[in-house]
Structure formats: C-alpha cells, structure tokens
Design a protein around this ligand. Structure first.
Ligand SMILES: *Cc1c(COP(=O)(O)O)cnc(C)c1O
Length: 364
C-alpha cells in the first residue's frame, strides 16, 4: 500500500522508555526502576489536583466541556491576557501540530535550532515542509537572523529554555530579534520549562502579555507536563494574538481535552505553592549534579530547566553508557541521535539522584 510520501523521511519519535517496558525487558522490579528520561516532575503533582480529579471521577459519561471555560479563564488570568488569546491542546505538542498545519505546506521552510525539541521537525514533515537548522548548538539569534533573511521561512521556532540542552535565551535579545522579523513570519516561543528559568534568572523571563501585545506574529507555548507535574494528563496551551488563535481553532478536534485533564490543569494553576516548592528542590538537587560533573571531569551545560545535559568525554560513549544504565534500571535520555555524545538526565528526588550518581560511576 502506498502512503503519504511525506511520511517516508520521518523517524518515529522515541519517547522516554516507560518503566513497565524496563520491568519486562530486564526483569527488574518496578520499584527498582528509576525514570529520569522525560523531564517529569519527580514530586508528582499537587494534592489539591489529586483531590479535585477524584471528586469528579463519577462524571465520565458526558463529553467534556468543549468551551474549556474554566481552564481558559484560569490561563487568561494567570498571564493577564484575554480568553480569545488562548488555545488548549492535548499537550503543547498538539498546538505545535495545529500551527504547522495552519501556516505551512509542502513549499514552506521551517527554521529551528540545530539541537532542539524533535517534534518540530516531525510535525514539519507531516505537511512536507522543509526543515532548516542552524549550525550553532546554542540558540544564536544572529545566525537565526542571517538564515531568516536568506531563506524567508514561514515559521521560526525558538525553544527557551531549550530541550535537550537546558540553556535559555535572554529576554532582551529575544525581543530585539522578533522585532526584526516581518509580520507574516510566525515566531514560536516554546516555554515548556519557563517556570524553572524564571526562578533561576529573571533575565530569562518572557512575559507573555508583553510578548503578544508587542508582536502579532508570535505564539507562546506552555505546558502542564513539566513543572506542574501533569505529564500523564496531556494539557498544554498556546497564547497569541486572537487572529492566530482563531485560525488554530479551525484545526482543533472536538473534545481534545478530557474532563479529568481540564479539571487537573485548572486546579494546578491555583496551587502555586506546589510548583514553587518543586522548583526550589529542583535547583537544590541540580547543584549535586554540578558537583558530580566537576568531580568526574564531565562537562555539564548550565541548565535553566529540570534536567541536566552531561557532555561525555571522548573515551565515553553515550549510547553504551545509557544502555548499561538501562540494564541497571536507570532510564536516561541518550542524545546521540542529536549528534551529541551526551546524556540528558531529569533532576529527580534526592534518592533518585544518589542512585543515578552511584550507577553512572559504575559505568564510567
Ligand atoms: C515537554 C515539551 C513540550 C510539550 O510537552 P507536552 O507534554 O506535549 O505538553 C514542548 N516543548 C518542549 C521543548 C518540551 O520539552
């Protein structure tokens, strides 16, 4: 059977291995498997969210509230924007998919950083668009601008802080850059880890209201999967000029967010205390990774997120090391597919991190 030609060049996205798979494959008990591969919140989610979701478990027969009024109101007041500026997706992934279909086709070009979130490229390929990558590993906005001038891409993706490297773009630089981009080019600012960046360094904070008020061609993406600890609920959002949001709505499947997810995300936004506590613990634990890297003479990228990227030495192979860690029940992300001899490790709880240090030492 013939399929859409666009699919031929797509390598299926490999998500972090689930714990259940390691249990089956290596016969390790689930309690001995540690997953530090997908940047989930190791402290779970707010107990207020758990209670709220429990309270509505008896209401599963009806379709969800497709207007999503409760969550949209919560997001609009959190960011001080209008409800018409907000779209909610099944993860911010789905918003990326919408905007790709809204803006690009097989004659489009999409500009991304050389090392960045893999889904931009996959969604670009769905519509047959051409991906153009920078050479620099860190977002170099001068390079982005030079390529933009020459290639005139339909969409530019800026991921700040960036996954899988953890570095972040300065707010002032980002605003100056976008000001030079013509208003028909869509600029996507993916802030999946922004809550962490703001806590570490206020010069990295992108104030969403300012961003969308200054620029009608920008969409900001956020997610409940990371700092809010709701990866299992699949909720993300896009915030932009109402004209952009209106177009994205044409692509949205009905009832794309479940009743449970809508409730979970709405309540999660109210419990700021849980998020702030997770972030504080994250950076406390991250110091241990920095010390460990120094001690082991491994390079670590300064991270504004809940993960660290360890750039291994020439005599260490990230594929071999992540495989041996896996056999010991430690799931991390091998970055060889990004052309890096590095592993990305989610900063876990104190116990999980101690275990990681112990196991990695055995592998080095
Ligand atoms: C995790 C992540 C997302 C989206 O995650 P969802 O779970 O789909 O909301 C988007 N961008 C980056 C850079 C991420 O790391």
């Amino acid at each position: 059977m013939k399929f859409n030609k666009n699919l031929e060049s797509i390598r299926t996205y490999e998500a972090g291995k689930p714990i259940e798979l390691v249990v089956r494959e290596f016969g390790i008990e689930a309690k001995d498997v540690v997953k530090l591969a997908s940047n989930e919140n190791p402290y779970g989610c707010s107990t207020k969210v758990q209670k709220a979701v429990g309270d509505i478990l008896s209401n599963m027969a009806l379709y969800p509230d497709d207007s999503m009024t409760k969550l949209k109101n919560a997001i609009s007041s959190r960011f001080d924007v209008e409800v018409s500026n907000v779209i909610i997706g099944s993860g911010s992934d789905q918003v990326i998919e919408f905007l790709m279909h809204a803006k690009a086709n097989s004659s489009s070009k999409i500009l991304v950083n050389s090392v960045t979130f893999a889904m931009y490229e996959i969604y670009a390929k769905h519509v047959g668009a051409k991906i153009i990558k920078t050479a620099s590993q860190k977002h170099d906005l001068n390079e982005f601008y030079d390529i933009y001038k020459e290639q005139k891409p339909e969409i530019i993706f800026l991921c700040t802080p960036n996954n899988p490297t953890g570095d972040a773009i300065d707010r002032d630089e980002l605003f100056k850059f976008i000001a030079k981009i013509d208003s028909d080019t869509l600029v996507v600012v993916d802030g999946a880890y922004m809550e962490y960046a703001i806590a570490k360094d206020s010069s990295k904070e992108i104030v969403v209201k300012e961003l969308i008020e200054q620029f009608s061609n920008v969409i900001y993406l956020g997610t409940f999967s990371k700092a809010y600890g709701l990866g299992g609920m699949r909720v993300g959002y896009g915030i932009a000029d109402a004209k952009i949001i209106e177009e994205l709505y044409k692509l949205r499947p009905p009832f794309n967010i479940t009743t449970l997810s809508l409730e979970a995300a709405s309540v999660a936004l109210i419990d700021e205390e849980f998020v702030q506590k997770s972030i504080t613990l994250n950076f406390e634990q991250m110091k241990r990774y920095e010390e460990f890297a120094l001690e082991q003479k491994i390079d670590i990228i300064n991270s504004y997120t809940n993960f660290v990227t360890l750039c291994l030495n020439n005599n260490q192979n990230s594929t071999e090391i992540s495989n041996s860690l896996l056999q010991k029940g430690m799931i991390v992300r091998n970055l060889s597919g990004y052309g890096m001899n590095a592993i990305r490790v989610t900063v876990g709880t104190a116990d999980q991190n101690s275990r990681f240090f112990e196991l990695l030492k055995q592998c080095l």
